[in-house]
Design a protein around this ligand. Structure first.
Ligand code: BTN
Length: 324
């Protein structure tokens, strides 16, 4: 869309830029530039204009759209990024696209999800403009058992992005929760499609839900004690487009490093682990057990010692740290 291209240009500009230069660089008419500027102003962009000098972006709202991302990522990368205003679930939308041949690395993100999904069939609360709701399509060669590692690698990738933008690194609760101040700021939902004949992975969709500019009372009452946001934990609001672009860059790095750089991700994961060395409660197959988490295995399973002295590697189910 023209306005996406116009805002991408203005965001990378610190001086006034003439309407003529904008129209030339985009190959559109001056009238089209003017119409795009009016549209952007209606969306909350504060764009100054001066008869002789042109346009200058004074302030951008915390918007997250194709234009904002185009200012932060190469145009080539943006060819496989779809940024929606609202969607039922970015994972569901990307699944449809994957079934229709979308390429490895395709991203779907949205300002709001009306039916955001969490693990264990739970809902993931995803209100408008408060977080990053983003899914990436992977087509790895490998076995379904790799899902745990992919989820763990993603936890590291998102932690890197948060650290790059906010200067603080979240902890990781096995296997997929990013935590700050003992509360969850991000969840990851990994879903996969398996080839019927050979049991190989057809594709994997990794969905990331990161709470960004959300105040405590904006969470549903039932999760107010367990959920938090970057705003609450650091005291600063963040530009979601900047964070989303950083997450995409880190996911691209993950894709290029999978599976060879496992040791690097394993080290980073272990350093951030909030589960190892704690009493844990494990829910799986309708059974609840308690034990002591002793280590993360190289495949990112959780090594647990049980009161009877036996040890086991847990690779799925729900694990909570006792007393938190
Ligand atoms: C969890 O903690 O239970 C996982 C939450 C995953 C939420 C993300 S938001 C983007 C993607 N789309 C969804 O419907 N869910 C994931």
């Amino acid at each position: 869309m023209t306005k996406d291209a116009v805002i991408a240009i203005l965001k990378n500009q610190t001086e006034y830029l003439s309407g003529e230069k904008i129209s030339k660089s985009l190959g559109i008419s001056r009238a089209a530039v003017n119409a795009a500027i009016q549209m952007l102003r209606r969306e909350g962009y504060d764009i100054a204009s001066s008869t002789n000098r042109g346009y200058l972006l004074n302030h951008a709202p915390d918007s997250l759209n194709m234009g904002d991302l185009l200012a932060l990522l190469p145009a080539r990368r943006m060819e496989t990024v779809l940024c929606l205003d609202t969607v039922d679930s970015t994972n569901s939308r990307l699944r449809d696209m994957a079934q229709n041949g979308a390429p490895e690395g395709q991203i779907v993100l949205a300002n709001e999800q009306t039916e955001g999904r969490g693990r264990m069939g739970r809902r993931f609360s995803s209100p408008r403009e408060k977080g990053i709701y983003l899914s990436v399509l992977l087509r790895p060669k490998g076995a379904p058992a790799d899902a745990t590692a992919l989820t763990a690698w993603t936890a590291v990738a998102v932690s890197n992005a948060v650290e790059n933008v906010c200067g603080v690194r979240p902890g990781i609760k096995w296997v997929n929760d990013l935590v700050m101040g003992a509360r969850k700021i991000c969840g990851i939902l990994t879903e996969m499609s398996i080839e019927g004949e050979n049991g190989h992975i057809q594709f994997v969709i990794v969905g990331i839900g990161l709470n960004v500019n959300r105040r405590p009372f904006e969470f549903p009452p039932e999760i107010q004690d367990t959920a938090t946001s970057l705003l609450t934990e650091t005291g600063h609001p963040y530009a979601r487009a900047l964070l989303a672009a950083e997450v995409i860059k880190e996911l691209d790095r993950l894709r290029s490093e999978w599976p060879g750089e496992s040791k690097k991700y394993w080290d980073a994961y272990c350093n951030s682990s909030l589960t190892v060395g704690k009493e844990v409660r494990i829910l799986s197959g309708g059974m609840e057990r308690t034990g002591f988490a002793t280590a993360i295995t190289e495949q990112f399973g959780l090594r647990v010692r049980f009161p009877n002295g036996k040890a086991e590697t847990v690779i799925g189910g729900e694990v909570s740290v006792r007393g938190s």
